[in-house]
Design a protein around this ligand. Sequence first.
Ligand code: HEM
Ligand code: HEM
Length: 175
Amino acid sequence: MNTPRSYSGISTLNHWITALLVIAMLVLGFVAAYAPSENTGDYILGVHVALGFFVFWFILWRMVWRLHEGFPPNQGRTRFEYLAAYWMHRLILLALVFQVITGPLYIFTEGEAINVFGWFSVSLPLKSLEVLHEPAESVHIILGVYLLPAMIGLHFLGAARHYLTKRQETPADLS
Ligand code: HEM
Ligand code: HEM
């Protein structure tokens, strides 16, 4: 992996498209969980899964691009800030990869298909891996309901602190 001096235009686009998509996926996941009826919950989860089909490909592409381009040095001003950002960026990416793998795995190991807005559906014959069904669900829920929102919240606070106390432009900025 290289160590570029700054984020490329593609990285900046990738970052903000991912932010938009992941926040949409989180909102759909949470709203489905608190839906007033089972039917409404299933409908919202259907939208989560259909959008998830595209999110899957986008996260994979983003991950491959990051591995290809490398991580530019982050904006941490103290050693603690530097290490916190260093690990948070890698952990968020890893969590996203787990999230887009466990979602489809949960569906396929139940013998079901991903219905993409009624346009087409995708299935993989993984019913024989039924033993992975519940672990995939647990990982997806724990990451989606607790860990990812917490990491994104901390990431946002770090970015907000950086913007609000900015002293000078440094090259590796995604804004
Ligand atoms: C909510 C508003 C957000 C702001 C203001 C923000 C800001 C930033 C900034 C400034 C950086 C560069 C950090 C540096 O060089 O030190 C960065 C990197 C990063 N952010 Fe965000 N971000 C936001 C949301 C998100 C969300 C929702 C995600 C994930 C779903 C995310 C994932 C990442 C990742 C993985 C990196 C590392 C570099 C990369 O691979 O793109 N960010 N963010
Ligand atoms: C970054 C991407 C994703 C995020 C942030 C995310 C987030 C969530 C959240 C928060 C829930 C919890 C709903 C609850 O509390 O019941 C959930 C459930 C679910 N997600 Fe995702 N998800 C993502 C990607 C995917 C993908 C790609 C698929 C499949 C194509 C998928 C399929 C599902 C399914 C089937 C459930 C329901 C699990 C159950 O019934 O227990 N998700 N997701």
